[in-house]
Design a binder for this molecule. Structure first.
Ligand code: ATP
Length: 257
């Protein structure tokens, strides 16, 4: 049986008055690609923060890569977990290039005061190449399209050489083609590097091929299952509180509301 890399038991997380997770349990094994879906405010992003050590647990237990999230372990865990957030608004005057942003992915391992070595520069070039951004490496980060920014964010996470890959709505605000390219890229990276991936989205059509899908709502996991078991009209209509239809088009399932 494959090794368990994420173990969350009865996690409760609250931000002052809001309870974001109300007792959530999830086990993820090495190599799995897990989609996390649910309406806005369901607690999806908060679930990811537990895996990269940023979440504050009120109750419950979290183990990542076999280690409990204690202050002593957090640094080690965070260097092993790559995180890609939503497209950000970047100031076009920001004086930092694509290559420099990707190098930031190495600093967890480097420490801020050590100078990058040849191995670090090579890891950065490999990551840039993997996401198809080598030709834009010297471009200021604020002069990129949304899709190119997401590729850069993915390259930064990859330069870390992570074991766990977390993506939070990485295709939000991208046009159709850029969305498709990013989804294909994420799945390719997962397979090629044998990562364990958690992919969050509220958009059911922006979900790559998953081994399992987690359905969240109101700070709880409502169900977990293979895509064909849980991505059903009745289950999704209940989850999103609105009628949802699934149609087959060219062998692909398309979700309509
Ligand atoms: P979305 O799809 O809108 O991104 P989500 O499923 O990722 O939503 P979370 O961002 O995890 O949901 O939020 C869960 C709950 O916690 C929400 O009620 C939200 O308002 C609250 N929340 C999240 N972050 C904070 C914060 N930093 N401070 C206060 N409340 C927060």
């Amino acid at each position: 049986m494959d090794e368990v890399v994420v173990e969350i038991e009865n996690a409760v997380v609250s931000y002052r008055e809001d309870v974001a997770l109300r007792g959530v349990s999830l086990t993820v094994r090495r190599g799995e690609f897990v989609g996390v879906i649910g309406p806005n405010g369901a607690g999806k992003t908060t679930l990811l923060t537990l895996v990269n050590g940023l979440g504050r647990l009120l109750a419950g237990r979290v183990r990542v890569l076999g280690k409990p999230l204690t202050p002593r372990n957090i640094h080690h865990i965070r260097t092993r977990v790559g995180y890609v957030a939503q497209v950000q608004n970047i100031d076009p005057r920001m004086p930092i290039t694509v290559r420099e942003v990707v190098m930031i992915g190495r600093y967890g391992q480097l420490g801020l005061l050590r100078r990058p070595t040849k191995a670090d520069y090579e890891a950065v070039e490999r990551a840039l190449e993997m996401v198809g951004m080598s030709h834009l490496a010297d471009r200021p980060i604020g002069h990129l399209s949304g899709g190119e920014q997401q590729r850069t964010a993915i390259a930064r996470a990859l330069a870390q050489e992570p074991e766990i890959f977390l993506l939070d709505e990485p295709t939000a605000f991208l046009d159709w083609r850029a969305q498709r390219e990013i989804l294909d890229l994420v799945r390719e990276i997962h397979d090629r590097h044998r990562l364990t991936t958690l992919f969050v989205t509220h958009d059911l059509n922006a979900l790559p091929r998953c081994d399992r899908v987690v359905l969240m709502k109101g700070g709880l996991i409502r169900s977990v299952g293979k895509p064909e078991e849980v991505l059903r009209e009745d289950v999704l209509s209940e989850l999103y509180d609105t009628p949802i239809h699934i149609i087959e088009l060219d062998g692909k399932r398309v979700v309509l509301s």
